[in-house]
Design a protein around this ligand. Structure first.
Ligand SMILES: *[C@@H]1O[C@H](CO)[C@@H](O)[C@H](O)[C@H]1NC(C)=O
Ligand SMILES: *[C@@H]1O[C@H](CO)[C@@H](O)[C@H](O)[C@H]1NC(C)=O
Length: 462
């Protein structure tokens, strides 16, 4: 009996800790820290900035010791990179690989939480056959070097690909790697599968929009309400480009038998400025993409082929890189300015809209009533559309913590219930105008208060 009681107390405690963990951990949100700039703040300032946000991982393109050191004892996961230029010596000489680990990892680890080494960037689509042939041997030598200092498995080794690695991506279920790369990829995937390392990819809905600049494509790319796209192979309705791109990769991996290799988004993002002839760069679009992406990841809904999980996603980028060549948009991807202010607010700051901060519990704000009623989903709307409404609403800066694990409105844990809460909250916050309760004709006003138990829907009486 006493035993049983202790056990049940233990289980209650464990369940509580689990909830707490789910509610607070957002380890899937990372950011790219590129340094092709002459105006970046010092690494210590960057470390402080990152700690003030819910960003838990940072990807470097190289292995700048000053940055790696500045991130010591922050717990922030660090991805470091060996460059394309390093590949030749890493591939041909195991000692060079050992030396690389000795110089770039051992002096800093574990105080600096290095979690992944990427070798080369978009090598397979580079059309450089020599480089391509060096890729896997270089990765293997680094893995052996890590193993020899007992860091195998603790620090993974991978490489990063562009979406150009696919010859087919639409519909997502038909996703297929370019046959020209299959033999290289088979070896590479065998390595990733055997070492439990992720397949790293750079999906950019921004570039998909560039090649198809229609308004409905923009809404699809920005996670905004849209009519969706049905995958003719599976009848799954996709509501955003990001999920479609990830599932195209998932399908391509599965078709080669690598269902167990997980996907990592090494880069995705949206520029807030660009040249006049580029489609899509703007502050509004960048804020919509990144804000809705973050809300989508926080919702843990996953993609149709990878449900109930959020793929580790490194947003491009932490700062603008003013020395980047190419179209102007390349220099305007930054979430933060060199003076550490936000370019635009996507709810990453712990002190503002971060639902992950347990020390600042937020009570739902009840705006001054203007008209009666609550905004809820119309009947017959698909879960996919409702999920888009959740992502969209929660990307607008409202506080969606109540529908996250541990929140008063988390149960019942259904898309319909979470959508009702988020859509209503956005309606109440946005001004309670009829057009604030539209969501592409998927919403309706009701005079029945949907609040239940401890879950309060703001709004109501006049
Ligand atoms: C992936 O790894 C697992 C476990 O190590 C193994 O059983 C499986 O055959 C591998 N898959 C492929 C396609 O190599
Ligand atoms: C995902 O979560 C939902 C709600 O908790 C559950 O009904 C469903 O079975 C889960 N799907 C998978 C594949 O785990």
């Amino acid at each position: 009996m006493a035993m049983l009681r202790r056990n049940s107390i233990f289980f209650v405690l464990a369940a509580f800790l689990q909830l707490f963990h789910l509610a607070t951990s957002q380890s899937f949100i990372g950011v790219n820290y590129g340094q092709v700039a002459d105006n970046l703040p010092p690494p210590s300032a960057t470390a402080n900035l990152l700690q003030s946000t819910s960003i838990e991982k940072v990807r470097l393109y190289g292995a700048d010791p000053a940055i790696i050191k500045a991130l010591a004892n922050t717990g922030i996961g660090i991805v470091i990179g060996a460059s394309n230029g390093d590949a030749a010596s890493l591939a041909s000489d195991p000692n060079a690989a050992q030396q690389w680990i000795n110089s770039n990892v051992l002096p800093f680890y574990p105080a600096s939480n290095i979690i992944l080494i990427t070798v080369g960037n978009e090598v397979i689509t580079s059309t450089d056959d020599t480089l391509m042939s060096q890729l896997l041997p270089a990765m293997q030598n680094l893995q052996n070097a890590l193993n020899s200092v007992s860091l195998g498995g603790k620090i993974k080794v991978s490489t990063v690909h562009s979406m150009g690695i696919l010859s087919q991506s639409d519909p997502p279920s038909s996703g297929m790697f370019n046959p020209a790369y299959t033999s290289t990829l088979n070896g590479l995937l065998g390595f990733l599968n055997a070492t439990g390392s992720p397949f790293a990819i750079n999906p950019y809905p921004f570039f998909a929009y560039q090649s198809d600049p229609r308004p409905e494509t923009l809404a699809f790319c920005l996670f905004q309400p849209n009519s969706g796209r049905v995958d003719s192979g599976t009848n799954i309705q996709y509501m955003n480009m990001f999920d479609a791109q990830l599932d195209a990769i998932r399908s391509a991996l599965n078709s080669l038998g690598f269902n167990g290799v997980e996907i990592l988004v090494a880069e995705t993002g949206w520029p807030y400025n660009g040249d006049g002839n580029e489609f899509g760069p703007s502050v509004d679009n960048a804020k919509a993409f990144n804000g809705n992406l973050i809300a989508h990841l926080r919702s843990m809904v996953g993609t149709p082929l990878m449900p109930n999980q959020s793929v580790d996603t490194y947003i491009f980028a932490l700062y603008d890189e003013d020395l980047k060549p190419g179209p102007a948009s390349e220099r305007f991807f930054g979430l933060y300015k060199p003076d550490l202010t936000m370019t635009y607010d996507v709810g990453l700051s712990k002190s503002s809209q971060n639902p992950a901060t347990p020390t600042t519990p937020t009570t739902p704000v009840t705006p001054a009533p203007k008209a009666g009623g609550w905004c809820v989903p119309s009947s017959g709307v698909s879960d996919a559309q409702l999920q888009t409404n959740i992502d969209y609403a929660c990307g607008q800066g409202i506080d969606c913590s109540q529908i996250q694990p541990g929140g008063a409105c988390y149960e019942p844990n259904t898309v319909a219930s979470h959508a009702a809460y988020a859509m209503n909250l956005l309606y109440q916050t946005a001004g309670r105008n009829p057009w604030n309760c539209d969501f592409s004709h998927t919403a309706t006003l009701t005079s029945n208060n949907p609040s239940y138990n401890g879950c309060t829907y703001p709004g109501g009486s006049t």
